[in-house]
Design a protein around this ligand. Structure first.
Ligand SMILES: [Zn+2]
Length: 100
C-alpha cells in the first residue's frame, strides 16, 4: 500500500473533521494570509465542499458513489468509504496544496 494511502486511512477523516487539511477552512483559522475561498468561487472552502460540491472536481466525484453511500459520515467512517476517498483524492489531487 502506498504511504499516502496509509496516511489518508489513518489521518484524513479526523483532520478533515477538524479542518486541518490544506483548504480554505484551515487557512481561515491558521494562515490568515492565504485565501479561505475556493477557486470555484465558493467563499469558504471546506472538506465537504471539496468532496461533495466543488465544480472543479465534478469529473472525479462519481467515484464516491451516490445517495446514502456517498454521505460524508460513510465516506469518512467506513472502510469502503475511506477507500473511495483515497481514490477520489488520488485522481483529483483535491487536497494537494498547489492545487487549491
Ligand atoms: Zn470549490
Amino acid at each position: 500500500m502506498p504511504q499516502w494511502q496509509l496516511y489518508v486511512i489513518q489521518n484524513f477523516p479526523t483532520q478533515c473533521q477538524k479542518g486541518h487539511v490544506h483548504i480554505g477552512e484551515y487557512y481561515k483559522k491558521f494562515i490568515l494570509t492565504e485565501s479561505m475561498g475556493c477557486s470555484c468561487g465558493t467563499t469558504t472552502q471546506t472538506c465537504k465542499h471539496v468532496i461533495k460540491h466543488c465544480k472543479k472536481y465534478t469529473r472525479h466525484q462519481h467515484v464516491l458513489g451516490h445517495g446514502r453511500h456517498a454521505q460524508i459520515g460513510r465516506l469518512m467512517g467506513t472502510v469502503k468509504g475511506i477507500w473511495k476517498l483515497c481514490t477520489f483524492i488520488k485522481r483529483s489531487k483535491a487536497f494537494d496544496k498547489d492545487d487549491n
